[in-house]
Design a binder for this molecule. Sequence first.
Ligand code: TXA
Ligand code: MG
Length: 334
Amino acid sequence: MKPNMQRLQPTELAVASALLTQGQLVGIPTETVYGLAANALDPVAVAAIFTAKGRPQDNPLIVHIAHPSQVMSLVSSLPPYATALMDAFWPGALTLVMPAAPSVPRIVTGGLDTVAVRCPSHPLCHALLSLCGLPLAAPSANLSGRPSPTTAQHVISDMEGRIAAVVDGGACAIGVESTVLDLTVSPPCLLRAGGILREQIESVLACAITVDTGHSASAEAPRSPGMKYKHYAPQHSLTLLRGTEEQRRSWAQTVTAVTMLVCEEEQPLFAPLPSIVYGCLARPETLMQGLFAALRQADTLSKRIVATYPEGAAFAAVQDRLQKAAGFQFEVLP
Ligand code: TXA
Ligand code: MG
């Protein structure tokens, strides 16, 4: 067991940098969710990430860089569209899957010959990447299968005794993970919905992309290894509710002993039931910001959680996380 982890303040980045240089693990804030970082070029440090999270070794990690130009040290070639997408979305919440350079340890890529790269926009994350001068491999800093952390306290809850430190950068601005786009296929394929919308990518590329986010019951191996594992799950049972306003209102009169996870506008429909409001439909970004904290909070309240399912393209990332957290289980409405 490691000694208690340090909660580092933004003024203590030099401590975080020294720990990373020594091969230790540090929780870092990003604009999406907190990451669990290690030197991406140190296979021993990277192996410790998998141990700390309880993460299967074939689930590859994203490599984070301070400046877009550093991508050239991680890839063997830049695929079509890479430059246009980096210009449009970096620094920011877009992860690009590209052919890996031989220098990238295969433990980072889960044995694949591709590497996922992201250039985060969070000022503290950027400052730390610049200070340590290393590419940092960082999955979300939750125990494998749990909701991703959006505050330093979430990281401490999951990682106390497992990692050296967390840098406290406050709550994450976006609140769901980056969009993952595979550029090794043509047209590019969206592997995970996230902070950047499919429509934003298509408008930069001026072409349609494909989507393979692991939601179909296809027997084929998923293109992103992470898709086959249980994700984001609260400890209690979670199901999703979809239906007309009237159906949902009547349903609410028939059930007991559930905690609802709802948007502000929907709360009156479920008035008799306890509920956690995690954002409002009129501002889709608020749902992304609040979702993971709400899933963690729901665990403390009731044995059974029912979440409403927001409809529409603006909610793609929230829909994806809810579906995975619920194991794709929907309530059957009369
Ligand atoms: O916003 C984010 O992306 C956060 C922050 C910390 O940057 N990171 C994050 O990492 O969400 P993680 O490990 O929780 O999710 C990475 C996802 C996984 O689904 C993984 O399978 C996929 O990216 N991935 C990584 N490398 C890949 C590759 N070479 N090919 C296909 N998928 C890959
Ligand atoms: Mg994750």
